[in-house]
Each structure stands twice: as structure tokens, then as C-alpha cells.
Write a protein that binds this ligand. Structure first.
Ligand code: ADP
Ligand code: MG
Length: 470
């Protein structure tokens, strides 16, 4: 089918978006129908569909103009090369699997009024088998993973991977600093895949295990055997891939294994504590393989997610956890979920050993040294300074009564962040910003909470939080 509208929309997007965004998202879209008033476009999987809806729908509608309606549906084109031109490398030339489901698959009713429902992935019911032949950690399932804004991308990429038979993103690279859930997600993928396809050949390794096996293989001259094992799997998951840095033979081996699996459309997932371009001592060709696929990063979860994680964990371990204690722990530990859980375990252990009920006072007492030692406690002063540098306005202006927009917004952001990241009260926050009234601080908090829906405001706030929590 031909549609000039679709052609010109594509042209406009090509100009408007970065080449990478275009190649990753737009090139996946295929024309399903154009009846003159509604342009119907298809995406090959639900992950891409949700992503486009969340991130590019506005742009698409703007470029399309107010006279036309846009409908996005799940649709795998019959002629795959038409749509899947985004992926470089061997996958491009190898024929993609034919469509498995009847096409097209319209979404539920809401889709027809121009709005596809927001991504909503239901976690799996927690009935994992008691022992796992793949040495999967039984606690690390999708069901026990708490999803929030900071890990949503990585989470939905993992879901999409489990849902699709042939790889959509290959490799999937999960990036995040220590304790943010990389291993958990990797094992979650393992559990869910095995549940869905019990005969799937799944290989999950830490990169230390991989390195050891390669070294032993070389020594014992058993590399052929090792290669066969690795290359026979359907899904290869390697945790903490950054450890192959500086290990030439292992990189060599990984490179060839990667290519073999990739060529036969087998899924590869790796995790890393840093972005591929930040891994030192790694062959350029290995690094470039990581850039072929989707890099999904885990950011620092915000307070709400941290609290939810604590509650979920407490529930799983039958620890009675009052809300104020959960909040206190979540406020005290910001950068590492493992430490967050550690604090919970610690206060619980203390309470049960001393036969006391777990209260806020007790938790403060037990965690006092820990929380202070870190010296990371944020103050309003630090927040105001960081806001001033990110927005490039003077601290004095933030504390002044000037009402110009370019000062009022950062001021409100500062108040919002003080409330979110310190225990300061509204009057104290008002004080910290040059003696404002407590209602000003309260209004600022509410106003910014709402304005986070605006991507521009949100990206500034994210950037400040990133700097604050570093
Ligand atoms: P990493 O591999 O990134 O260092 P892990 O996957 O080992 O981190 O996670 C550290 C701990 O935090 C684990 O116990 C994991 O279950 C927990 N965790 C991390 N993120 C989440 C989350 N979003 N929901 C629930 N638990 C989480
Ligand atoms: Mg890990």
C-alpha cells in the first residue's frame, strides 16, 4: 500500500529525531492502513508499541497535524525487511521469522479513541518451582521485582524479551550501578522463559564463571566442548560482563560466541555496571556488539519505589514493618537496594533479638551509626546549591523574592527536592529559601509534583537528583 501521508510523516521524523531514535523506533513502524482520516501504523511488539506511545506519540501527532488521527497497533509486517531495517549486522540479511499470530492484533477498546492504554505488565504469579536446574536464585523473579520510573525501561525490555520468540533487541544490555537489580532482572528473565518454554536451552553465567571456564578450557584443551555448550543455547545471559575487561582470550571467545548466537537469532542478554563505552580494556569489536542492541539502564529508584521495595521484601519475609519505619529506611539509604534490604534485615533482627516491637525510635537507634557514617545526609543547603548550578541561576536569586519564570521554577524545584530528600518541614524549607512562608513551600511541592509530567521539567529534576545522590 502507498500512503503519501506516511511517507511525508517519515521524512519529517527523520529530520526531527536523532538518527539513533529514528533507526530504533520509527524504522520499526509499518503502514497498516490509511483511509484518508486515520493513519494506522503497526509496531512489531508490545514493548515498542508502549515505548512509542509514551515517548513519541506527541511528536507523531504534531507532525501528522490536527486533521488526521493516529492509531498505533501491534502488527508484524508480512514482509519483515520492510519494517525491521533498524538492526545492523547479520540480522538484517537473515530472514526474520514469519508472523506467528493473526494480523493485525488491535488493542483493547480504548485503542480506537486514539489512546492506547499505558504499558501495564502484570507480574507473574509467584509459583516458581522450588529448585532450579539453572541455578537461578528463587527470590529473583519478575513477581518480586518492584517497578518504578527508575527501572521501568529495563523492566519492560525484559518483559518484551520473554514475550517474543525471535529477538527484538539483541543483545539486551542491562546497565546499572551496584545493587540496583541487574542480577535480579537477569534471573527474572530466566525464570519467566523457563516457565513459558520449559525446554528452552538457557545458559546463565556470571562473567567470572565464564572467564574461569575459558581459562580451564584452554588449559585442558577442551575449548571445543566449551564452545559447543555455549553455542547450543537459545538464550545466553551473562552477568557483570564488565569483568571481561583486560582478559583478551575471554573477549575473543565471547566475540565468537556472540556472533554465532546472534547469527542464528538466539537471544543474548548481558548486564554491566557501566555503559559499554565506559568499559576500559575491551576490544572495540566486542564493545560495538553491545551497541547493536538495546541498552536499558537502571537508575537510582526514587523514594516511593524504595519504600515499596522494602514493603514487598518485609511481606515476603513476614516482617511486620510500620509505614514510618519503611519511610525512614528508604530516606536513609538511597543508592543501593541491597543496602536498603540490609537495613531492614538489621532492624528486624535487632527487634526480635531484644524482643521489642519494631518502631521508628528503635529503627533510628539501630541505624544511627550506619546512617551518619555515610555522611550522605542531604541538607537543604546542598540541594539549593545543586539546583542553582543545574539551572544556572544564582543561589542569591533563588533565595530572593524575584518572580521571573527562570528563577521561580528552579526555586520551586529546590523546595520540592528539599521536601523529598530531607526531613525538613515546610517552614524549615521556606526558611532555607530566603525566609519564604511555609505555604509557599507546600504549594511548590504540589506544583512540581504535577509538573513532573512535563519531560523538560522532569529531565532537569532527574539530573539534579542524579548529582545529589552520586
Ligand atoms: P546488582 O546485580 O545490580 O548489583 P541485584 O540484582 O543483586 O543488584 O539487587 C540487589 C538486591 O536488591 C537484591 O536482593 C534484589 O532482589 C533487590 N532489588 C533490586 N531492585 C529491586 C526491585 N526493583 N524490586 C525488588 N527488589 C530489588
Ligand atoms: Mg549483580
Amino acid at each position: 500500500m502507498m500512503s503519501p501521508r506516511w511517507e511525508s510523516l517519515r521524512e519529517a521524523l527523520k529530520k526531527r529525531l536523532s538518527p539513533q531514535a529514528y533507526a530504533t523506533w520509527v524504522a520499526q513502524m509499518s503502514l497498516v492502513d490509511d483511509d484518508g482520516s486515520t493513519l494506522k501504523l503497526g509496531l512489531p511488539d508490545s514493548f515498542s508499541l508502549n515505548w512509542i506511545n509514551d515517548h513519541y506519540r506527541d511528536v507523531l501527532e504534531e507532525e501528522l497535524g490536527p486533521l488526521h488521527r493516529l492509531e498505533l497497533i501491534l502488527h508484524r509486517p508480512e514482509n519483515p525487511t520492510e519494517a525491521v531495517t533498524a538492526r545492523p549486522g547479520p540480522a538484517m540479511s537473515s530472514p526474520a521469522a514469519p508472523a506467528e499470530e493473526p494480523l493485525p492484533i488491535p488493542l483493547p477498546a480504548e485503542a480506537s479513541n486514539g489512546h492506547v492504554p499505558a504499558p501495564h505488565f502484570r507480574p507473574e504469579p509467584p509459583d516458581e518451582p522450588p529448585i532450579s536446574p539453572h541455578r537461578l536464585n528463587q527470590r529473583y523473579t519478575f513477581a518480586s521485582f518492584v517497578v518504578g520510573p527508575a527501572n521501568e525501561l529495563a523492566w519492560s525490555a525484559c518483559q518484551s524479551l520473554v514475550d517474543n520468540r525471535s529477538p527484538t533487541f539483541n543483545p539486551l544490555v542491562i546497565v546499572g550501578s551496584v545493587g540496583l537489580g541487574k542480577t535480579h532482572l537477569l534471573h527474572g528473565i530466566g525464570h519467566s522463559l523457563l516457565k513459558k518454554r520449559p525446554n528452552i536451552k538457557l545458559l546463565i553465567k556470571t562473567s567470572e564463571e565464564f572467564v574461569t571456564e575459558v581459562i580451564q578450557g584452554i588449559r585442558a584443551q577442551r575449548m571445543d566442548e566449551l564452545r559447543r555448550t555455549y553455542r547450543a543455547c537459545d538464550v545466553l545471559l551473562i552477568d557483570d560482563i564488565q569483568f571481561i575487561s583486560g582478559k583478551e582470550a575471554c573477549q575473543e571467545e565471547f566475540f565468537h560466541t556472540f556472533n554465532a548466537l546472534y547469527d542464528s537469532q538466539k537471544q543474548i542478554v548481558v548486564s554491566s555496571d557501566r555503559l559499554p563505552h565506559e568499559i576500559t580494556d575491551i576490544q572495540e569489536r566486542v564493545r560495538s556488539r553491545f551497541q547493536w542492541g538495546l541498552i536499558a539502564d537502571l537508575k537510582l529508584p526514587e523514594l516511593e519505589t524504595r519504600t515499596a521495595i522494602l514493603k514487598k521484601k518485609a511481606e515476603a519475609e513476614s516482617i511486620p514493618l510500620p509505614d514510618d519505619v519503611a519511610l525512614y529506611i528508604a530516606q536513609s539509604v538511597r543508592t543501593n537496594i541491597r543496602e536498603l534490604e540490609g537495613c531492614l534485615v538489621r532492624v528486624h533482627a535487632y527487634a526480635s533479638l531484644t524482643k521489642q516491637t519494631l518502631t521508628l525510635t528503635l529503627a533510628r537507634e539501630v541505624l544511627k551509626s550506619l546512617v551518619q557514617d555515610r555522611g550522605r545526609a542531604l541538607t537543604c543547603e546542598i540541594i539549593v546549591k545543586t539546583v542553582s548550578s543545574v539551572f544556572d541561576v544564582k543561589v542569591a536569586d533563588l533565595k530572593s523574592t524575584k518572580r521571573a519564570r527562570n528563577i521561580a521554577l528552579p526555586r520551586q524545584v529546590a523546595m520540592y527536592l528539599c521536601r523529598k530528600h530531607t526531613t525538613a518541614s515546610y517552614p524549615e524549607i521556606g526558611q532555607a529559601l530566603g525566609g519564604k512562608d511555609h505555604t509557599t513551600a507546600l504549594n511548590a511541592f504540589q506544583r512540581i509534583s504535577e509538573r513532573l509530567a512535563d519531560p523538560e521539567v522532569k529531565s532537569r529534576v532527574d539530573e539534579i537528583e542524579r548529582q545529589l545522590l552520586e
